[in-house]
Design a protein around this ligand. Structure first.
Ligand code: AMP
Length: 220
């Protein structure tokens, strides 16, 4: 199964992708996670990406495309993958088409996670992530079991720098201007599936599985 998860920041792409990854035994490729890992390790890619990320802007297409192209050739992608947070611009989508053609594979579906703005703001302002294992929490909807410590590795779950309110607003504006046009791009290819995502992540994951099983192209 080869999927793209599309949707604004705060739609739940990362949380739901982790569940779908388990259900289908496929790789979960989050370009945001790869970039954050590089920032943490202080690599040259991380140093370059950091200033864009802190401002809520997109990292240049050529850098991202090269990163995804090499990631897609790793062995864990052979059974399929979820692209989470990529593509985010039309040139990235066109580059992905070329990469998949070269690899002789096809996308099964593009899942659009739809949420209203109010839900986005609530989710992002309450989001906490484990800096060690990447587990995602929310202080209101899905808090860690003990204080602010990650359930899996006991690290203190923290707020991402780019989840601060002014950066969130910029990320939303960037989504509307540069990423939302991809909805039409994939609608025209006939592979877009819309899923109502302003509900719990288990329900959303279930709706996606049903939609993939039934080939249903409307609201799940
Ligand atoms: P995310 O975790 O997907 O919200 O990504 C966090 C940040 O990483 C974004 O705000 C961008 O600065 C950068 N980023 C992640 N994926 C991409 C991409 N496909 N293209 C450009 N920038 C990206």
């Amino acid at each position: 199964m080869r999927l793209i998860f599309l949707g604004p920041p705060g739609a739940g792409k990362g949380t739901v992708a982790a569940k779908i990854k388990e259900a289908y035994g496929i790789a979960h490729i989050s370009t945001g996670d790869i970039l954050r890992e590089n920032v943490k390790r202080g690599t040259s890619l991380g140093k370059l990406a950091e200033r864009y990320m802190q401002a809520g802007d997109l990292v240049p297409d050529d850098i991202i495309v090269e990163m995804v192209e090499s990631r897609l050739q790793e062995p864990d992608c052979s059974e399929g993958f979820i692209l989470d947070g990529f593509p985010r611009t039309l040139p990235q989508a066109e580059a992905l088409d070329r990469i998949l053609k070269k690899l002789k594979v096809k996308l099964d579906a593009v899942i659009l996670l739809e949420v209203d703005d109010e839900t986005i703001v609530k989710r992002l302002s309450g989001r906490r992530v484990c800096p060690k294992c990447g587990a995602i929490y929310n202080v209101s909807f899905n808090p860690p079991k003990a204080d602010s410590l990650c359930d899996h590795c006991g690290e203190m779950a923290i707020q991402r720098n780019d989840d601060k309110e002014e950066v969130v607003r910029q990320r939303l504006a960037v989504y509307r201007e540069r990423t939302a046009p991809l909805i039409d791009y994939y609608l025209r290819k006939g592979i877009l599936k819309k899923v109502e995502a302003a509900r719990g992540s288990d329900e959303v994951a279930h709706a996606i599985e049903e939609s993939l099983a039934g080939g249903y192209h409307g609201h799940a």
